[in-house]
Design a protein around this ligand. Sequence first.
Ligand SMILES: NC(=O)c1ccc[n+]([C@@H]2O[C@H](COP(=O)([O-])OP(=O)(O)OC[C@H]3O[C@@H](n4cnc5c(N)ncnc54)[C@H](OP(=O)(O)O)[C@@H]3O)[C@@H](O)[C@H]2O)c1
Length: 321
Amino acid sequence: MEHAAPTIQATPSQNPPARHRWALRDMPDQHGRRVVVTGANSGLGFLTSRELARRGAHVIMTARDMTKGRNAEAAIRAMRPAGSVELRELDLADLAQVRAFGTRLWAEGRAVDVLVNNAGIMMPPHSLTQQGHELQFGVNHLAHFLLTALLLPCLRESRDGRIVTVSSDLHKRGHIHFDDLAGERGYGRIAYYAQSKFANVLFALELDRRLKAKGLPTKSVLAHPGYAATNLQFNGPSGVLKLFMHIGNRFLAQPAEMGVLPQLYAATAPEVEGGQFFGPDGKNEKKGHPTLVQPIDRGRDAEMARRLWLESERLTGASFP
Ligand SMILES: NC(=O)c1ccc[n+]([C@@H]2O[C@H](COP(=O)([O-])OP(=O)(O)OC[C@H]3O[C@@H](n4cnc5c(N)ncnc54)[C@H](OP(=O)(O)O)[C@@H]3O)[C@@H](O)[C@H]2O)c1
């Protein structure tokens, strides 16, 4: 039987006609796989956890708010999934929590097959993490950088270890403000969100280069959901921006059930390769089924990625094994 593949476009000049529109029915069986999902109580993280558990995976759901987390966990359990879920507390705005979470998981001595770096915050007023980093850069990038470093030994125990980092199409507007990462001199909500999502791209592709250079089978992959109606648009923005988000969610966004497909594809499809980036196949990558997409050219700048890596190590104290 021919394997279900998404509408892959290797380069613009090789666009094959759409062969297959990958959907949940195509997800392979996940029994025996152990998955960690950040921001698992809401939106794409919740759906990622739910669908992987329904296919048989054991999903470690993480949430910063345990009440919301318990509700999400109960909702999945109520569906009697083929797999299982458990909930653990993890506030990514505190690197001490990230370190404690990662260290405990490592001490359990069991493999992790997939880490989904999903949690995110978008366009809040200027605010800082526990360690004084700008919130979006801290939560969306630095915490996932540290978490990945801590879980890499567990991922290496898997025969098909994957790190799926959820970025955004908005990474294309991102620049790394190396001289003002904390946004103290000129914070812009959109610019600093874009910075954090651009950092996701630089990090995931640099990680892929490093894994390949070491000859390791663990894959680092990127995904973005296009524009999906979730709580993201309401948690950070305020005022007029929030109003626009309400209207956008209502009339422009696709359902979260569609937006989650690229990250589910990246986490499970056997043909996925390290360094690939998946997003929706519709116009401007806003809606649709998973397809191979390209980061902005600057996203492949290995020198900038190395600089960000060193800075992220310095700011988090992470050391990759
Ligand atoms: N939806 C879109 O159109 C869109 C587009 C591009 C990219 N993305 C990306 O998709 C990912 C998932 O977002 P979503 O759309 O599913 O939004 P969502 O419904 O708001 O979910 C975000 C999740 O991240 C969690 N989170 C926020 N701050 C956190 C922290 N300090 N520590 C731990 N968890 C934290 C949230 O927890 P709480 O519930 O406690 O706030 C929530 O569980 C994000 O990385 C986002 O940047 C989304």
